[in-house]
Write a protein that binds this ligand. Structure first.
Ligand code: AOF
Ligand code: ZN
Length: 372
């Protein structure tokens, strides 16, 4: 029986991922309905922020398929809500439909729910089993969980390195380290995150557009561009850089607060200039304040796609929750080639930042190692 629960919760996780790029600041949630005889009746996911949750969508789908939910089971990757937000409580709907059993992946960290959804279902006489594939369900919503518990954005560093950890040669040549499949996956990541953070050095070296170029025809999903943020203390970035192209997505240039006005007047009107304070400890732009500001502006998740120094600064500030490292089977083996983390000077192995390997995926001929 337990194996069967895992199969359906796994299905809920996969359904939930269809909401990537559309549900922030809400969690990704999927649900599957079985009728009273254990037949698959329907499924659904939370598709868009402000719209119905996974459970009503799955129940509607089951009913459209001609099934009755009475006496049935509903699987859901996150605890059903019990509060009125933009939509009514899912727990009430589950009770009113006469479900006998609810199988849950993990509890909802939102203090308005946090176990109260489960209590409500149990109080109505429904059998509730929680914690099926709990770790996978928590990973699915690592962004939402960090946001709810710490009121801060989830920050991930993405990098593409050679197998000796380099992102460019000593001359700055970096195109291309990884191949087509890995680079496509970067676009999928961009679709998942609310904002991308990069540095002026990366813009000057590579002139990237940092957009999400996925199409329905080729990739099965229509990508959307995240907000782009450039950390550029002294406003060195060329105003004609591709990243400033006005494609309707916000571009923020984060500069130091003492910047002279003439240095920032050269940027096009679609670029928002954000004056940031300087961190007394590092003498550099205060990344903690920048990320806190972006969170207030609705950026729940930030993907850092930058060079070694900015990556190092995020790590040093203790801001990186995760690292996506695409590794190409190439060696540069050059003392002056640039590493993906710089300025994170430690003398002892014990002082190094340690991560846990979360997954290793193949994007032939490269791999993606995810650390958290
Ligand atoms: C569920 N199923 O599919 C989701 C849930 O403003 P609302 O009504 O959309 O509520 C948002 C909150 O509901 C969100 O913070 C989280 O606690 C929960 N999300 N709950 O039962 C779902 N997306
Ligand atoms: Zn709900």
């Amino acid at each position: 029986m337990e194996e069967l629960y895992k199969i359906y919760i796994k299905q809920c996780i996969e359904l939930a991922k269809n909401g990537e790029g559309h549900v922030s600041p809400n969690p990704l949630v999927g649900a599957v309905v079985l009728d009273k005889n254990g037949n698959f009746a329907g499924s659904g996911w939370h598709q868009k922020y402000g719209e119905p949750h996974a459970e009503p969508n799955a129940i509607k789908n089951a009913e459209q398929n001609g099934f009755d939910c009475k006496g049935g089971t509903i699987f859901v990757s996150l605890e059903p809500c019990c509060h009125y937000g933009k939509t009514p409580p899912c727990a009430d709907l589950i009770i009113s439909k006469g479900f006998k059993k609810v199988i849950i992946g993990c509890t909802d960290p939102n203090p308005k729910v946090a176990g109260k959804g489960i209590e409500k279902l149990k109080a109505a006489g429904i059998e509730v089993i929680s914690g099926v594939l709990e770790e996978e369900c928590k990973t699915l919503n690592e962004i939402f969980i960090k946001n709810q518990l710490q009121k801060a954005p989830f920050v991930a560093i993405k990098t593409a390195t050679t197998l000796d950890g380099k992102i460019a040669t000593k001359t700055g040549s970096s195109k291309w380290i990884t191949a087509e499949k890995a680079r496509k996956q970067v676009h999928r990541l961009r679709n998942k995150f609310d904002a991308i953070i990069t540095g002026s050095g990366t813009i000057i070296a590579d002139d990237p557009s940092m957009t999400c170029r996925l199409t329905m025809e080729e990739d099965g999903i229509c990508g959307r561009n995240p907000i782009r943020v450039i950390v550029d203390s002294n406003a060195k970035t060329d105003p004609n850089a591709k990243i400033f192209a006005d494609d309707g997505t916000k571009v923020i240039l984060a500069v130091c607060e003492n910047i002279e006005d003439e240095k920032i007047s050269k940027y096009p009107p679609n670029v928002e200039i954000l004056k940031c304070s300087i961190d007394a400890a590092t003498g550099k732009l205060d990344l903690k304040k920048l990320t806190a500001f972006l969170y207030e502006r609705g950026c729940c998740s930030l993907l850092v796609e930058a060079g070694g120094y900015l990556n190092g600064a995020f790590l040093k500030a203790g801001l990186a929750d995760k690292v996506y490292q695409f590794i190409a089977p190439k060696i540069l083996g050059d003392d002056d080639a640039m590493g993906f983390v710089r300025g994170f000077d430690v003398a002892e192995i014990s002082q190094g930042k340690t991560f846990k390997i979360q997954s290793v995926q193949n994007f032939d001929p490269d791999i993606l190692v995810t650390y958290s």
